[in-house]
Design a protein. Structure first.
Length: 161
């Protein structure tokens, strides 16, 4: 029986060695697959990072273009609207100086308002002078181009004539 046990022990040892070799072989294959998967993941991550960066750059470019076009549209429409509004108010209600307030000239608007109201309540000439100034300024506002109006009265801050 000892011979039989020895044969079984040898067979068990051979089976163990075969299993160990097979496990080692499978481990190497798994390690290779893991390395391949790791490399593929790294490449995918780099591609995704590059795509995200490109997308972010495109989004920034589009946002900047939109902001510039919106600013241009707003600047154009606001100066034109102020020009027309200030011009019409200067002609219609010039003695009250409302057009000065529209353009942001509070001090000049208060002066015209006081002169206009003082002349209105006392039937004085100050109201007539204030009204003439308003009509002249209204005509000047409406006859200027949008760019001239903006440069003179909004950017240049020219309060009178």
């Amino acid at each position: 029986m000892s011979e039989e046990n020895k044969d079984l022990g040898d067979k068990a040892e051979d089976a163990f060695d075969a299993a160990k070799d097979k496990a080692s072989e499978l481990g190497e294959k798994a390690s290779e697959k893991f390395d391949d998967a790791k490399e593929a993941t790294k490449e995918f991550a780099e591609d995704a990072k590059e795509a995200a960066s490109d997308f972010a750059d495109d989004a920034k470019k589009t946002a900047n273009e939109f902001a510039e076009s919106a600013k241009e549209a707003f600047d154009t429409s606001s100066t034109e609207n102020k020009k027309v509004l200030a011009g019409i108010l200067a002609i219609v209600l010039g003695s009250l100086g409302i057009h000065k307030f529209i353009l942001g000239y509070q001090k000049e608007g208060i002066i015209m308002l006081v002169l206009g109201l003082l002349g209105f309540f006392t039937c004085g000439i100050t109201s007539m002078i204030s009204w003439i100034v308003g009509v002249v300024e209204g005509i000047m506002y409406l006859t200027k181009t949008d760019e001239e109006f903006y440069n003179t009265y909004q950017a240049g801050s020219k309060p009178w004539f």
